[in-house]
Design a protein around this ligand. Structure first.
Ligand code: NAD
Length: 470
């Protein structure tokens, strides 16, 4: 009996150690030839163009099959890709990144998203169809590296395009691993090689060269304001999914406990990496104390006393106080608190601190679990503060309120691409909310939540003298 117990105990220990090793050491990216990955940009572009010509001749059924294997591959490798992303970028949370992969795999619309409109009458039949652009240059961020690649790949391939990915240098290996896996899955079911291509090194000069290349008709940029600015100056169509600074407004009619919990969940998801996540709170005076109490009572949050503010500013902001301290982007809340000498466990996911309305924690997108809260005298003032904080980026905003007029008043005032009522921000991404998902939200150029229909040309085919047989 004693011997049996010992064996069982040893088994348990081995299993625990193996699990921990698996958690800590994701399979390293393969060093051999990644499918679709080139050293020379012209060679890569040539391959993507050739692939597009083959792909354009494939049936819609085949496109669907390729998208199906992309979904399956993403689900099967969600854990590996998430671990790689956290390991390489040093940002975010593996478990949350796994959810992001499952979300894009399951809820990115495919070919069914492509519009087809028919006009039938005495003069015949006119069909409004779509056709591919060709090779799309997709610039992807470090914050959601592979979830964006999967999301873009599904949307762009659904439209009959091939994709030249320019991943963020800090997420290059993870991105190339993902591209390799997706190409492999497509080739395994007889699809053409190089539907997705990339370069084995990442430098901005080459991206600039590609942006201006005549054989790339469309740019899709998911990233900060600066890179979207560059793309929009290229003299060709560019879809700009740029930075946001989403305010969450809580008014006197909200349920403070639910609002606090929803805000923590949305704000802390993947350590505040999503561009849609709650970045600052504006609360009306009548409920501010109750909301703060609800945060204090929530084990996932720490409300910092004002005496810690200068030290938190030093840790969380850059030297000029014009944005985040890059070292702290995407870090766990307990790591940030540790820098202040406050030791808490990993269950703490958000740091809340009260500040003035023009504080950098209100004005700047921090992308870390530090959430400034500011008070407004009433609803109208709260709307003004929130609109000012959003800075006309037309990105995302959230409201917690039981007053439907407030919900629509705030929406009319802020006019963001994503607007969430009484839920964590990720509800608008289709996680715990209805509708499809997108990880490229083009608020800057107005396409909104991008999907297959964003990446196609509209064509019109008119047939006169037939079919109009009423
Ligand atoms: P980033 O702007 O640093 O990088 C984005 C991409 O652009 C990277 O691939 C980078 O290599 C490239 N890049 C940057 N400057 C360039 C230049 N001058 N020329 C050519 N390429 C250039 O952003 P990031 O840190 O990777 O991502 C975070 C930012 O992206 C945040 O501001 C976030 O809000 C935003 N974002 C927006 C969306 C959206 O859908 N709107 C989604 C995710 C992230």
């Amino acid at each position: 009996m004693a011997a049996q117990l010992e064996t069982e105990q040893i088994d348990t220990i081995i299993r625990r150690v193996m699990n921990r090793l698996e958690e800590q050491q994701p399979a390293l990216p393969r060093s051999y030839n990644y499918r679709g990955v080139f050293s020379d940009p012209d060679e890569a572009l040539k391959a993507a163009r050739l692939a597009q010509q083959c792909y354009a001749r494939e049936s819609m059924g085949r496109r669907k099959a390729f998208i199906k294997v992309i979904r399956e591959t993403t689900i099967n490798h969600a854990q590996q890709l998430s671990q790689l992303a956290v390991q390489e970028t040093g940002m975010g949370r593996v478990a949350d990144k796994v959810l992001k992969h499952l979300l894009v795999a399951e809820k990115t619309p495919g070919t069914e998203d492509l519009p087809a409109v028919a006009h039938l009458g005495d003069d015949g039949l006119t069909v409004e169809e779509v056709s591919p652009f060709g090779v799309i240059l997709a610039i992807t961020p470090t914050t959601n590296p592979t979830a964006t690649i999967v999301n873009n790949a599904i949307s762009m391939l659904a439209g009959g395009n091939t994709v030249f990915f320019a991943p963020h240098p800090r997420a290059l290996q993870t991105s190339l691993t993902c591209i390799d896996l997706l190409n492999e899955a497509i080739e395994n079911i007889g699809g053409p090689p190089n539907l997705l291509v990339a370069l084995d090194s990442a430098d901005l000069k080459t991206v600039d060269y590609l942006m201006k290349h005549p054989d790339i008709p469309l740019l899709c940029v998911t990233g900060g304001t600066a890179v979207v600015d560059v793309a929009l100056r290229c003299g060709k169509r560019a879809i700009g999914a740029a930075a946001g600074n989403p305010p969450v407004l809580v008014d006197d009619t909200a349920d403070p406990v639910k609002a606090a919990n929803d805000i923590i969940l949305g704000h802390s998801f993947d350590n505040n990496m999503p561009c849609t996540s709650e970045k600052e709170i504006v609360v009306t005076a009548g409920i501010a104390d109750e909301l703060l109490r609800a945060f204090r009572d929530n084990e996932k949050a720490v409300v910092l006393e004002s005496r810690f503010l200068p030290e938190l500013e030093r840790v969380a902001l850059n030297e000029k106080r014009t944005g985040p301290n890059p070292r702290m982007i995407g870090q766990n809340a307990n790591k940030i608190l540790g820098e202040l000498g406050i030791n808490v466990g990993d269950e703490v996911r958000a740091i809340i601190v009260e500040v003035e309305r023009d504080h950098p924690f209100i004005r700047h997108e921090l992308m870390m679990p530090v959430l400034g809260l500011t008070r407004a005298a009433d609803f109208d003032e709260a709307v003004d503060i929130a609109v000012e904080a959003e800075q006309g980026l037309h990105h995302s905003a959230i409201i917690h309120s039981a007053n439907v007029y407030h919900m629509s008043d705030f929406q009319r005032a802020i006019r963001t691409t994503v607007y969430v009522k009484n839920a964590p921000s990720y509800a608008a991404l289709g996680y715990g909310g209805e509708g499809p998902t997108s990880f490229t939200i083009a608020g800057r150029t107005g396409e909104g939540m991008t999907s297959a229909r964003t990446f196609v040309r509209r064509t019109r085919c008119a047939l006169v003298g037939a079919f109009g047989t009423f």
